[in-house]
Ligand binder design. Structure first.
Ligand code: CFM
Length: 560
């Protein structure tokens, strides 16, 4: 059956094949996108634009350098380290060593929410800490300034920890942030200070920064506190950053089920949680791209298995809760999870029922980050919407094709730049939570421990998968497919909307959210319904599109 047709079932079991909509031939679209490029560029981009086949997954080029001159959606390594992984932790002073702009643009620009313990509870997330590097520091070195800044932060706040984030010039002039961190840590004695060599240029995207952040948090923080705070089913939530309050909703559900959240990396988290996280019995991973390193290192050192989950989408949430319960193999927990699902689902179903007739058959495209372009297809699916094209900004091949391709991924010079920690089992604290036999049995029963299948097996045959999509390619896609909604970020939002297509920001949620869990799903359905059912988009017409327009673009200067 062509991917653009689907069966509609009647109550008596009969079915009819119904066209969803007529779409252009995806391979012709691909050719047209590539046509405009100079031959060398076209050759490179061709490897990143593939026609999906879930049965026989094609190889996609990913995690390679963006071609200079192309307008990419990507960010830098510093963004991935400081902004993404460490940003949502409220009681670490995140001190940026660099010119002020790097700190300013990372100041409250990601909607990671947090809930401090009362009004006096430690929370440094609203602050913007920077060494404010000037030319003299570039010329004569910035270590002295960095020490002063650390001292100042310590005197003012007496925080439990200070993280130092290197920006591009720090690497260029060779300031040793790690030596400074060590010196100051020893000087104070009661403040954990550690540095990150996450200069913006360290990798091809923010993905490098994730890895650097994982390494340093693992090295300097995880395992510092052995206190067991109790709980029968103890998990860590990895790769959930509490954008728009997502983690709050997941915390609510876990608590309702009787599952103890030891640590969250790193939405709504504290450094105390990280220090203690090795006491959990399972790591569940939301965003595989940003934090799979941590999961693997924790398993090697402490014996905690990991499992991919997805709390985006009501069905996916139910499935994830069930899988956590299955892992613990506890009848009472399994029963409780079923009760919670049964309690939460009716509200969700009611809303879907109301909205579905309006959204059914509509078309979505998702180009975002390293995990959401996959996860959000669940929510669109629940609304009967098709995702015809999707891609990550900085995902790796395993995020597209599944972890089975990891051994075949070519390690290039850019990846070699990032330190791979050598981790071995902790002589005292390594404790396999489940035997290899038990894990193998659970796997056989369908629990995909230590695995992630990636985006492509979940997408239809013939859908276009595009890595690190360029601005030009986005415009072509919109022109040729005319999607009902395009999902990306703030940099794309207004350009796309001027083309008459609503854009949903999947990074910040456009001031909305939460979108995770059951409550989140309902929020998302309603937002998407509002955006795609509004007729306002059809009224958008550029002056040159008006009938009989003789409009010419010309540069003008105002002189007065
Ligand atoms: Fe993971 Fe993220 Fe994402 Fe990401 Fe991000 Fe983000 Fe994202 Mo923006 S950690 S990969 S680096 S899920 S900030 S919370 S929305 S690009 S898809």
């Amino acid at each position: 059956m062509s991917p653009w047709y689907k069966y509609n079932y009647f109550e008596n079991g009969e079915r009819v094949m119904e066209p969803i909509r007529k779409y252009p031939d995806p391979s012709a679209v691909r050719d047209e996108m590539l046509q405009k490029y100079p031959p060398k560029v076209a050759k490179k981009r061709a490897k990143a634009i593939v026609l999906n086949d879930p049965e026989e997954i094609p190889q996609v080029q990913a995690n390679t350098r963006t071609i200079p001159g192309i307008i990419t959606q990507r960010g830098c390594s510093y963004a991935g380290c400081k902004g993404v992984v460490l940003g949502p932790t409220r009681d670490i002073v995140n001190l940026v060593h660099g010119p002020i702009g790097c700190s300013f643009y990372a100041w409250l620009t990601r909607r990671n929410q947090t809930r401090p313990d009362g009004p006096e509870g430690e929370n440094y997330m609203n602050y913007c800490f920077s060494t404010d590097m000037q030319e003299e520091h570039i010329v004569f070195g910035g270590e002295k300034k960095l020490k002063q800044a650390i001292q100042e932060a310590y005197d003012l706040f007496h925080p439990k920890a200070i993280g130092i984030f290197s920006t591009c010039p720090v690497g260029l002039i060779g300031d040793d942030v790690h030596a400074v961190a060590k010196e100051m840590r020893e000087k104070f004695g009661d403040c954990n200070i550690f540095g990150f060599s996450c200069e913006g240029y360290k990798g091809v995207s923010q993905s490098a920064g994730h890895h650097i952040a994982n390494n340093q948090v693992f090295k300097h923080v995880v395992g510092l506190d052995d206190t067991d705070n109790g709980g029968k089913f103890k998990i860590n939530m990895l790769g959930e950053y509490n954008i728009g309050g997502d983690a709050f909703e997941i915390e609510r559900l876990l608590e309702k089920c009787g599952i103890t959240l030891v640590a969250s990396f790193s939405g709504n988290s504290t450094i105390g949680q990280f220090e203690n996280s090795h006491t959990a019995d399972l790591n569940v991973i939301m965003c595989h791209r940003s934090i799979n390193y941590m999961a693997e290192m924790m398993e090697t050192k402490y014996g905690i298995p990991w499992m991919k989950v997805n709390f985006i989408g009501a069905e996916a949430t139910a499935k994830s809760l069930r899988r956590i319960a299955r892992y613990f193999e506890d009848d009472e927990l399994m029963q409780r999870v079923e009760e919670v699902i049964a309690e939460e689902m009716p509200v969700v179903r009611n809303v879907v029922e109301e909205i579905y007739p309006r959204t059914k058959g509509k078309l979505a495209m998702l180009f975002v980050g390293g995990s959401r372009a996959h996860h959000y297809q669940e929510l669109f699916g629940e609304l009967g919407m098709e995702t015809l094209s999707a891609g990550y900004e900085f995902g790796h091949r395993d995020d597209y094709e599944g972890r089975k391709v990891i051994p075949s991924i070519k390690i290039d010079a850019d990846t070699k730049n990032i330190e791979e920690l050598k981790v071995t089992p902790d002589p005292e604290r390594y404790r396999p939570r489940k035997s290899e036999e038990d894990l193998a049995r659970l796997k056989e029963e369908g629990l995909d421990i230590r695995d992630y299948e990636g985006m492509m097996p979940d997408m239809k045959k013939g859908s276009l998968v595009i890595d690190d999509i360029s601005h030009y390619e986005s415009e072509k896609l919109i022109e040729l497919y005319k999607p009902d909604i395009f999902c990306a970020g703030i940099k794309e939002k207004y350009v796309v909307q001027k083309m008459g297509v609503p854009l949903k920001q999947l990074h910040s949620y456009d001031y909305g959210g939460p979108y995770a869990g059951f409550t989140g799903a309902v929020n998302f359905y309603k937002d998407i319904d509002r955006m795609t059912s509004s007729r306002v988009w059809k009224l958008i017409q550029a002056p040159w599109e008006e009938e009989g327009a003789t409009f010419e673009l010309e540069a003008s200067y105002v002189t007065q």
